[in-house]
Design a protein around this ligand. Structure first.
Ligand SMILES: CC(C)(COP(=O)(O)OP(=O)(O)OC[C@H]1O[C@@H](n2cnc3c(N)ncnc32)[C@H](O)[C@@H]1OP(=O)(O)O)[C@@H](O)C(=O)NCCC(=O)NCCS
Length: 211
């Protein structure tokens, strides 16, 4: 699409392709969410969309993608990429920032359908987002936040050498959770960049949207 160059942005890792979803892809992604993202009763997100009933979960995914595109400004953007394995959509990788041109700081979020978890894809997804942020956009630092008991998410950050950046107390549905923020700086990324090679295509025309 000539007037929304992000449609041509594509990140690739050994097993995955990350790109904006078409509406058909988005429908498939919503079904992956409906089929399950977190174990029953687990709360891993400040907005508890993943523990809503399946149909609501799916609708939330669709609307969130449309909202992120409609609401996009250079001062406040959220890139929501669908993740594909062998042509099948399996999850979502986010990269977002406020006033990125000034702060150089972005944050990531990610999720996979339950049946796609535990195969190393989360590690490749995070690497793709970090490569885009640091190598593609020149970020200075990237943060990630995970609830205390989210072992998989925190393990991914640990693998890339993130450092602790404080614990926030968050209320979700009347219960208190400790959210651990972790940060990785550009210099730390240089040491890991070769661990999970990432290809970036279609970025030059998108740069003015980010900074
Ligand atoms: C978080 C998530 C995206 C990670 O993706 P993943 O593909 O499952 O993670 P990986 O397979 O790349 O595993 C990364 C590391 O976590 C470890 N890990 C995975 N699940 C784990 C668990 N339940 N307990 C402890 N460690 C775990 C793996 O052993 C691996 O480390 P290793 O390579 O040193 O062995 C995925 O699990 C998910 O979608 N979870 C539900 C949604 C969610 O929590 N999103 C993040 C919110 S902050």
């Amino acid at each position: 699409m000539r007037h929304w160059p992000l449609t041509a942005l594509q990140l690739t890792t050994a097993d995955l392709v990350l790109r904006l979803p078409s509406d058909d892809d988005l429908d498939a992604l919503a079904q992956v969410a409906a089929d399950g993202v977190v174990p029953d009763g687990a709360v891993y997100f400040p907005q508890p969309w993943a523990s809503a009933p399946p149909a609501e979960r799916a609708k939330n995914v669709v609307q969130n993608h449309w909202w992120a595109r409609g609401d996009w400004t250079r001062e406040n953007w959220r890139l929501l990429l669908a993740v594909f394995h062998d042509g099948q959509v399996i999850g979502q990788q986010n990269l977002s920032a406020r006033d990125f041109a000034i702060t150089g700081e972005a944050r990531t979020g990610f999720w996979l359908g339950r049946r796609f978890q535990g195969h190393g894809y989360g590690t490749q997804m995070r690497a793709a987002a970090l490569a885009l942020a640091f190598d593609g956009l020149g970020a200075a630092r990237v943060t990630s936040t995970a609830f205390a008991d989210n072992a998989a998410s925190r393990a991914v950050s640990r693998k890339f050498g993130y450092r602790p950046n404080g614990v926030h107390r968050i209320s979700v549905d009347g219960h208190r959770y400790n959210a651990h923020e972790e940060v990785i700086e550009a210099a730390d990324w240089q040491g890991c960049a070769s661990v999970v090679p990432v290809g970036i295509a279609g970025l030059p025309d998108c740069i003015p949207l980010f900074r």
